[in-house]
Design a protein around this ligand. Structure first.
Ligand code: FES
Length: 297
């Protein structure tokens, strides 16, 4: 597969962008309609509680189960019919896992835009196609007379889900969806460095400053100064352009993730990784920060 040509072609499909722009608001509105429960469900599906996206964990179920089915089907085709019940069970397990993968994937996808959204939608469409092939295969497996067709549909489904997995991998490794965009902590200052004169940070405001080579968010709330990484861990949004909330947290301007200013922890997704936080002190009129080292490390 010529990866650039394939990805470029997907990126050029305007119908994918139009479909994404129609589906995304409906997904987000469905969660919003659920109020606080909807927010908690959305956070759960993102994997905020796990500190890691939940979707790739769940996708191992259908991929593993359907790989098992392909091996057992192959053995059956070689005359080992005793493996047929195992193959059928593996197809069923894969279908159950595909439901979980779909729900978590749709939730993560709702936080993407642009070419990421197009590739994600194509990834989803291929998965829907693969799931339909496996579901049809399962129905036919129960009718002995159509066993060959059933296995053929499963094999076809395996090819489709493999192509989809390629796109899913490109979203993570090529487009950095689901990776921690603050994972450069080695470059954050380990010793205190001056970043701003104290009198330039007014109460109830936020500022982007540079600590060495990396951007840091400074905020002053109720007289206290806080500092966390400026680049949102979700997809790199600029936190200083977000909202400083009354409860001492900051909301990212891009997809609405909320982080505690105190320790950078995720209060609400789609982010799943916390923001690195900084120790803050005022020295000779200058605000100084250094990377906070959690106890025990
Ligand atoms: S970049 Fe997506 S929530 Fe911040």
């Amino acid at each position: 597969m010529d990866q650039n040509t394939t990805i470029d072609r997907i990126a050029q499909q305007s119908w994918l962008g139009e479909a994404a722009d129609a589906i995304r608001p409906a997904v987000l509105e469905a969660f919003e309609a659920g109020g606080e429960a909807g927010r908690e469900i959305k956070n759960f599906l993102h994997g905020t509680w796990l500190g890691h996206p939940l979707h790739p964990v769940i996708t191992d179920i259908p991929i593993g189960a359907w790989t098992t089915a392909a091996v057992l089907d192959g053995l059956e085709l070689l005359g080992e019919e005793k493996y047929a019940p195992g193959a059928d069970a593996a197809v069923s397990v894969g279908l159950a896992g595909a439901m979980g993968a779909a729900v978590t994937g749709l939730t993560d996808w709702s936080g993407t835009t642009g070419v990421r959204s197009k590739i994600g939608l194509m990834h989803a469409l291929l998965n829907v196609g693969a799931t339909a092939l496996y579901a049809t295969s399962l129905v036919l497996r129960r009718r002995k007379a159509t066993r060959g067709t059933a296995i053929g549909l499963s094999m076809l489904g395996y090819g489709v889900v493999s192509a989809s997995a390629y796109l899913g991998g490109h979203l993570v490794y090529g487009k950095q969806v689901g990776v921690d965009h603050t994972a450069t902590a080695d470059t954050y200052p380990k010793e205190f460095v001056a970043v701003l004169p104290e009198n330039e940070l007014a109460e109830n405001t936020m500022r982007r400053v540079e600590a060495g080579e990396v951007p840091v968010l400074l905020a002053r709330k109720n007289g206290e100064i806080f500092a966390i990484a400026h680049t949102c861990s979700h997809l790199g949004g600029p936190l200083s352009e977000g909202r400083l909330l009354d409860d001492g947290s900051v909301q990212c301007p891009w997809h609405g993730s909320v982080f505690s200013l105190k320790d950078g922890s995720v209060q609400s997704g789609p982010a799943t990784e916390p923001q690195p936080s900084f120790d803050v002190r005022v020295n000779a009129g200058q605000i100084e920060v250094r990377l906070h080292k959690p106890e025990g490390r």
